[in-house]
Design a binder for this molecule. Structure first.
Ligand SMILES: Cc1ncc(CN)c(N)n1
Length: 227
């Protein structure tokens, strides 16, 4: 069994909770209140900023130029390619990046990014990479679920651009590259290390769930955590 298949088996119940989450359901239906989406986007924009720094630590801990290039692409993928859709929605919703960057980090955003950054500082490359894996992998999983389940009504859905990004070929390709990399990186680990990496993967998956819970919590008009 591939290491990534083993990891997936360990979290599939948690990931099923993402698919059944009201935030995801309402995104798919196009009924999610824009105010909730706006607050989520701002926190996610701040999240991606910190997430990119985790890959910067991977780059520092890389052993080869090939690996450095891989992480350099991961930084751009997070803070250029992915944030482009955030910026497009944020501009339409009246929170351009300059304003978003003055917003406070919610405790959930802090908890998740601090968890990965602590591993980035003290952990080895395998631990850091595994802590980041639920991020893009689960979003691709959610993107495909939404595409398959709501394809009939996607055309008029305000959230189509978001759904498209996480389910498009470029994102799939990028993820496949990552899964191959993880299987290579973890090809000869001990049982003890396997257990440790599994725990890290589960914890990041739980942080993802907390992020969806935060995104769906009650918000008031203009509730943007402005500093
Ligand atoms: C919290 C979170 N997790 C994952 C992703 C996908 N990169 C994201 N944008 N935000």
């Amino acid at each position: 069994m591939k290491f990534t298949d083993y990891l997936f088996e360990e979290v599939k119940n948690i990931w099923q909770e993402y698919l059944e989450h009201p935030f995801i359901k309402e995104l798919g239906e196009g009924t999610l209140p824009k105010e909730k989406f706006k607050n989520y986007l701002v926190q996610d924009y701040l999240y991606l900023k910190e997430f990119g720094k985790v890959f910067a630590m991977c780059l520092i801990k890389s052993k080869t130029i090939e690996e450095m290039n891989f992480f350099s692409r991961a930084i751009s993928a997070s803070i250029e390619y992915e944030t482009a859709v955030h910026v497009s929605y944020m501009n339409k919703l009246g929170v351009p990046p300059k304003i978003a960057e003055t917003c406070k980090y919610e405790i959930t955003t802090d908890n998740y990014t601090s968890y990965m950054q602590a591993i980035a500082l003290k952990g080895n490359l395998r631990e850091i990479v595994i802590s980041t894996m639920p991020c893009n992998w689960s979003y691709n999983y959610i993107g495909h679920y939404l595409l398959d389940n709501y394809k009939e009504t996607l055309e008029g859905n305000y959230y189509k651009e978001w759904i498209d990004m996480y389910s498009e070929g470029k994102f799939d390709e990028n993820l496949r590259e990552w899964l191959d990399y993880v299987n290579y990186l973890c090809r000869d680990i001990s049982n003890e290390e396997r257990e440790n990496l599994k725990e890290i993967f589960i914890k990041s998956s739980l942080h993802e769930l907390e992020f969806w819970n935060m995104a769906y919590k009650e918000t008031k008009e203009g509730d943007l955590c402005l500093v």
